[in-house]
Design a protein around this ligand. Structure first.
Ligand code: UD1
Ligand code: CA
Length: 480
């Protein structure tokens, strides 16, 4: 079974880089243009905070130290993203990217270089970061020692970014937009902000930063000129795709990155043989695993961990969260599944709702407006229309008629209903739990079952039908 999105965590190509760097993630900025109380890096892409994506990518490199610089939004970020492998450095007030890295500096290991990432740039791939780190390492043939490596891109419209200034092809410094003259503004190669820098000299260069510039900030980018002055080579690496370096400053950009990310996930599904009727109309917010010959119709949302086995089809407008769908099962349109397992060749929906704890056997049929919660339905059981089955164990080949309700809740406690193999539950039946319907029993339509129904017999509790021959329909009295 294939897993999406793929992670490189276990890829041998990258394991050799283990424990070879510090990672610092800058996440103290304020994100004013998000117009939100939530700190910017906690806004989700594919259901996960942006910072979570950056942390995933950082962890794929197995860093020696993982430091997150936080500040705006107070303790919300470290509280929400707490993990034993993260060291938190508070930056208050926020005086620029260089000042941010200064806060992390005491937590870094000098024996390995430092990779700087941004908490609001969530889509950089592990492959690009691995190439950047490789560029900073001393050459195997001894032709150069440690280098400072910057991730750069060439943009048609470079406005807003720091410009990469080169002399005779070599990078000499980075100039921020607000400090740039006309000639510098014309440079189209820009600083993405992501870079790898040797740690011991970084400390020294950070100590030399000044805030005498257009923004009155301590610019991390000024370490480039210091490196050049100290004779350290500065090199650039380009990402696999420009979108890897896009940052989020507004809800517009957040939505754009969400689409790019979803497009990438859909593309990977297609590449692996999954049929998507429209790759622009699927949303994966978690881990979706698919077997062979899986088909997914439009507007489906997959959350948490979902696995679809061989030959599964998902109809339009379904939402599946933490679900396992076994081979050949059909999920028909507008079905909602959460915390449930659906057996092979089952047919669910349209308009079915499976809630947590639901486990369905092979060839089970669940039809429209049926809600199941914590219910186990064995092979070939059917509940085809309008039913609520909760806290129930249902045997093989049981037929649950339209309008059946398990009355599992007395307002204080929940009770179980057991329906044994081959029972037939007539329409509009209430099963007042705890109650058991014996093997092969039949319940007449409209029964309110308050005591166990014996196996193999008809049990019925409705009033006997009578007809009143003399009865007359009332007529309206004349007015006045
Ligand atoms: C920065 C770079 C610029 C680059 C651009 C790419 C500097 C001086 N400039 O500019 O060359 O082209 O990114 O997007 O580095 N942050 C903190 N604390 C601070 C300031 C920023 O943690 O005091 C964090 C922000 O949360 C953000 C990142 O650093 O994640 C970048 O900050 P931002 O203000 O967006 O930098 P730019 O001015 O855009
Ligand atoms: Ca920015």
């Amino acid at each position: 079974m294939l897993r999406f999105p793929k992670t490189l965590e276990n890829d041998p190509k990258y394991l050799k880089n283990k424990e070879k760097m510090n990672v610092v993630i800058l996440a103290a900025g304020m994100g004013k243009r998000m117009r939100s109380e939530l700190p910017k890096v906690l806004h989700p892409i594919a259901g996960k905070p942006m910072l979570g994506h950056v942390l995933d990518r950082a962890r794929s490199l197995a860093p020696k130290r993982l430091v997150v610089v936080y500040g705006h939004g107070g303790e919300q970020v470290p509280t929400r993203m707490a993990a034993p492998d993260i060291a938190w450095a508070r930056q208050e007030p926020q005086l620029g990217t260089g000042h941010a890295v200064m806060q992390a500096a005491p937590l870094l290991d000098d024996s390995v270089p430092t990779l700087i990432l941004y908490g609001d740039v969530p889509l950089t791939t592990a492959d690009t970061l691995a190439r950047l780190c490789a560029a900073a390492r001393p050459a195997a043939d001894g032709s150069h020692g440690e280098q400072l490596a910057i991730l750069t891109v060439v943009l048609d419209d470079p406005s807003g970014y720091g410009r990469i200034v080169r002399e005779n092809g070599r990078i000499t410094r980075i100039v921020e937009q607000k400090d740039a003259d006309a000639a510098t503004l014309a440079i189209r190669e820009i600083n993405t902000g992501i870079l790898v820098v040797p740690t011991a000299p970084l400390r020294r260069w950070l100590g030399q930063l000044s805030n005498r510039n257009a923004q009155g900030e301590y610019y991390l980018t000024d370490v480039i000129a210091s490196a050049v002055a100290d004779g350290m080579p500065v090199v650039s690496v380009h990402p696999g795709a420009d979108w890897e370096t896009l940052g989020v400053n507004s809800k517009v950009q957040l939505a754009q990155l969400e689409r790019i990310h979803q497009g990438n996930l859909a593309h990977a599904l297609l590449e692996n043989g999954v049929t998507l009727i429209d790759p622009a109309r699927i949303d994966v917010r978690g881990q979706l695993s698919c077997g062979r010959d899986v088909a997914i119709d439009v507007n489906c949302v997959f959350e948490g961990e979902v696995s679809l086995a061989d030959g599964v089809s998902i109809g339009a407008n379904c939402v599946l969260r933490d679900a396992v769908i076994e081979a050949g099962a059909q999920i028909l349109p507008f079905t909602h599944i959460e915390g449930a397992r659906v057996g092979p060749l089952a047919r669910i929906g349209p308009y079915a709702r499976l809630r947590p704890g639901t486990v369905l056997g092979a060839e089970v049929h669940v039809g429209n407006f049926v809600e199941l919660k914590n219910a186990q339905l064995d092979t070939q059981a059917k509940a085809n229309h309008l039913a609520y089955v909760g806290d129930a164990v249902v045997g093989k080949r049981v037929n649950i008629g339209a309008g059946t309700i398990t009355c599992n809740y007395d307002g204080a406690n929940k009770y179980q209903t057991v329906i044994e193999d081959d029972a037939f539950i007539g329409s509009d039946t209430q099963l007042v739990a705890p109650v058991t319907v014996g093997r092969g029993a039949t319940l007449g339509a409209g029964t309110t079952l308050t005591r166990d129904a014996p196996a193999g017999k008809l049990t019925i509790s409705r009033a006997r039908q009578t007809t009143l021959d003399k009865w007359q329909r009332p007529v309206k009295k004349p007015k006045g």
